[in-house]
Design a protein around this ligand. Structure first.
Ligand code: UDP
Length: 239
């Protein structure tokens, strides 16, 4: 697999073309941003950990019949993926109140919500990814009704797979963000599943094992990413 031109450089990942037009290489970087990139920093070894954590989750989803863009892990910070036309809608699933939901509705963080809350955000950095609903998505043509129903059902199915798998590792999946894309007439999961895009709380102490440690200056940021990797893989990161 030959790495070719840089196609896109995002806040935490770079995407490269390959000699196969249907595949790209995602390179995970250590850079971290929060609050729509107003806060910037580096988290030691995050690129590698997020690549390996995401690879682990994509592999698990693949085993459970969920189609994702994951092809294989190529290098410590690199993943080979199917090239997608990313849909400009971020799908958030919430099992426990936190973050923007707690703020918007003035509720305490840490309240279980059942059934899970499903939210959509329009993927637009200049607008700060505003909260939108099904009607906006259809009216502005960001996704069709069929695509939206695949994303909604897919997000809830992914939640149903990840919640119990993480609970066994004493991790509460508080909430997470997914991105989907089109390829060959299908809609499949893209992007990443990592402590950058999920809230993971220790089930016993409720300690935050995710990017909230960076957002909120809680300290122990790199250690939290390592801890998630350690619980998933049962050892220290060494790939
Ligand atoms: N999230 C994300 N990217 C975004 C916004 C949110 O990955 O641009 C994730 C975030 O890590 C959390 C979930 O989506 O797991 C819900 O985030 P929330 O709406 O509470 O926003 P935040 O408090 O992170 O601004």
């Amino acid at each position: 697999m030959e790495k070719r031109a840089l196609l896109y450089s995002g806040k935490a990942k770079d995407v490269y073309a390959t000699d196969d037009p249907s595949q790209c290489i995602v390179h995970f970087r250590d850079s971290a941003t929060a609050f729509n990139a107003q806060k910037k920093g580096e988290i030691a070894d995050k690129g590698r950990l997020n690549n390996l954590i995401s690879s682990h989750f994509f592999h698990l989803l693949d085993q459970r019949g969920v189609a994702t863009h994951f092809v294989r892990t190529l290098a410590p910070c690199e993943m080979l993926v199917k090239r997608l036309d990313i849909i400009k809608v971020e799908v958030v699933v919430r099992n426990i109140t936190a973050g923007s939901l707690a703020k918007r509705l003035a509720v305490a963080e840490g309240m279980p919500v059942n059934p899970p809350v499903l939210e959509y955000y329009f993927k637009d950095d200049a607008l700060g990814d505003p909260l939108v609903n099904d009607s906006h998505i259809l009216a502005f043509g960001w996704a069709s009704a069929a695509e939206l129903s695949i994303m909604a059902a897919g997000a809830l199915r992914i939640n149903d797979i990840l919640v119990p798998a993480l609970r066994k590792l004493d991790i509460l999946l508080v909430d997470f963000k997914l991105e989907f894309g089109r390829v060959a007439g299908r809609v499949i999961l893209g992007d990443e599943i990592s402590p950058d895009t999920c809230r993971f709380w220790d089930a016993n102490t409720l300690a935050h094992l995710d990017k909230d440690r960076f957002r909120r200056d809680l300290g122990g940021v790199a250690e939290a990413y390592q801890e998630i990797y350690r619980r998933l893989k049962g050892g220290t990161p060494n790939v």
